[in-house]
Design a protein around this ligand. Structure first.
Ligand code: NAD
Length: 485
């Protein structure tokens, strides 16, 4: 299938080629065939996009002067446009990223819900009055920050871009979105939606480009007031350093090494199903992957058997013209990295319970078998590194404290899972886990309404829910002396 979607940059309400005519050539990870060629933004394109956003963010510009409900109507109309284009976006995302259409559909649905959720928020963003001494009225205003830069990764290209763009727009900011050059296509559909609903020019600019050029140019730009970054912890640290230069804000959504803790009283079939889904969905390329399975020693063998059985039964394939439920990894170099981690696991003494290599019947496409390691200790590389592939490390524990010690012994703190029928154990474990999100008896799960983000090196700030409104506004305090005597 050939790509016939948008191929240009979207700056100031216009579709334009890159200033130096550079392009990004994409490859379909399932077929290894060339798929699309789109404009690749360089530094001067980023300058143009930021200038357009700055003009749109001006106090007297249309976007800042329209009422909050009207702003909400734009978001709502964008949700409708995205819904209209849903089938097309799903297929483009599958060909660009390798995820199955089933998975891409979940992503697009989440975006539609997110735009509708924030469409309803625009007229509920308010300050408060504060009692102060004397004859004074003191109140706060929540104001837009100005220009927000959004840098998104390749693993959920459409969903993660929309997750931060929707609340930023709802708060009245103007946006420059730079998707990953590995998967640049679906983000251009936000520009299509903005164009279709007549969003004022410059309010949303979309500029695919490399991290090294376009990403750095956007993150270091002096006229960008806040950077919402989703990606690796290493690059996230650089983004924070850049922001320190001009004391601008950041939201950082970074890596993870999620533990799924299965207690002895859990519904073992439900736990096995959730743990399987939590690592093999999206071929394990998930920040919130449950990549460590911590299981009570009394039920260890039974849970491992059930997870392995499910892993071996997972049909591999693109899901486009076959019944695949787990697609390929995003590209060849990432597949090689994942295979290297598997080799390291073996060399450090872990045992492969299933998988461990490239599937024999998938010589084309960047596939890796769903892989389960047993005999893992939490000190091993496969228990510490993010891997970002379909590789599960199983670690037994003997009591709750040991499970918590292992779970919390990680650089990361994004999402943890707990499987138990005991409500006391559920609450106590949730409280003592050093994670930004804890999910009990299902994994993984999130909603537009609920805050998403991590403790420790998994990030800083929160996306989604009312928390994101705090990220994309700044608070002004106004004090008025009303003592006119
Ligand atoms: P990455 O850090 O390599 O790239 C992310 C984005 O940053 C891309 O758009 C890239 O072009 C850009 N970039 C790269 N170097 C840059 C620089 N120096 N300055 C500015 N921008 C730069 O990450 P990735 O490989 O695309 O994504 C995988 C990572 O993202 C994993 O670590 C994963 O855990 C993380 N992630 C986190 C979340 C979350 O919500 N916490 C969600 C998805 C992915």
């Amino acid at each position: 299938m050939t790509y016939d979607g948008p191929t240009a940059l979207y700056i100031g309400g216009n579709w334009v080629p890159a200033a130096d005519d550079e392009t990004i050539e994409t490859v379909d990870p399932a077929t290894e065939d060339a798929y699309a060629s789109v404009a690749c933004a360089g530094e001067s394109d980023i300058d143009d996009a930021v200038a357009a956003a700055e003009e749109a963010a001006d106090r007297d510009a249309e976007w800042r002067s329209i009422g909050p409900s009207e702003r909400g109507q734009y978001l709502s109309a964008m949700a409708d446009e995205i819904e209209e284009m849903k089938d097309e976006i799903v297929l483009v995302e599958s060909h660009d990223n390798g995820k199955t259409p089933f998975e891409a559909t979940l992503d697009v649905d989440m975006v539609i819900d997110t735009f509708r959720y924030y469409a309803g928020f625009t007229d509920k963003i308010h300050g408060e009055t504060i009692p102060v001494p004397g004859s004074r009225v003191d109140y706060t205003r929540r104001e837009p920050i100005g220009v927000t830069g959004h840098i998104s990764p390749w693993n959920y290209p459409f969903q993660l871009a929309g997750r931060s763009v929707a609340p930023a727009l709802a708060c009245g900011n103007s946006v420059v979105l730079k998707p990953s050059s590995t998967t640049p296509l679906s983000a251009l559909y936000y520009a299509k939606a903005a164009d279709a609903v007549g969003l004022p020019p410059g309010v949303l600019n979309v500029v695919p480009g490399s991290g090294r050029n376009a990403g750095t140019a956007l993150a270091t730009h002096e006229d960008v007031d806040h950077v919402a970054f989703t990606g690796s912890t290493g690059v996230g640290k650089s983004i924070m350093e850049y922001a320190a230069e001009d004391v601008s804000g950041v939201t950082l959504e970074l890596g993870g090494k999620g533990p799924n803790i299965v207690f002895e009283d859990a519904d073992l079939e439900a736990a096995a199903k959730g743990c399987h889904y939590g690592i093999f969905m999206n071929a394990g390329q998930m920040c919130w992957a449950g990549s460590r399975l911590l299981v009570h020693e009394s039920v260890h063998d039974e849970v491992v058997d059930r997870v392995v059985e499910r892993a071996q039964a997972t049909p591999l394939g693109s899901g486009i013209d076959d019944d695949g439920r787990m697609g390929p990894l995003v590209n060849e170099s990432h597949r090689d990295d994942v295979l290297e981690y598997i080799e390291t696991g073996v060399s450090e003494g872990a045992t492969i319970a299933c998988g461990g290599g490239v599937p024999e019947d998938r010589s084309t496409g960047y596939y890796v078998e769903p892989t389960v390691f047993t005999d893992v200790t939490n000190e091993m590389t496969i228990a510490r590194a993010e891997i970002f592939g379909p590789v599960l490390s199983v670690i037994p524990f003997s009591d709750r404290q040991e499970a918590l010690d292992i779970a919390n012994d990680s650089l990361y703190g994004l999402m943890a899972g707990v499987w138990t029928k005991n409500i006391d154990v559920a609450h106590d474990t949730a409280e003592r886990l050093e994670y930004g999100m804890v999910s009990v008896n299902e994994y993984p799960v999130t909603f537009p309404q609920t805050p998403f983000g991590g403790y420790k090196e998994s990030g800083f700030g929160r996306e989604q829910g009312a928390e994101a409104i705090r990220e994309y506004t700044q608070v002004k305090n106004v004090n008025i002396n009303v003592d006119t005597r």
